[in-house]
Design a protein. Sequence first.
Length: 57
Amino acid sequence: MRIDHHLKSKENDLRILKQRSSILFFLAFLLVLIGLYKIIELTVLDGQQYFTESEKK
């Protein structure tokens, strides 16, 4: 009886840990995507708005 309860508790803990880790990985992936988009936006998309001193002359 006690072993069954212990195994169920371990399985429940493992399930909760998997849920938490999947949420954390999703948030980290989302931050990476936003960061990559901002880098591309600043270098490629908005690059036409900025001029260097040599381009002005």
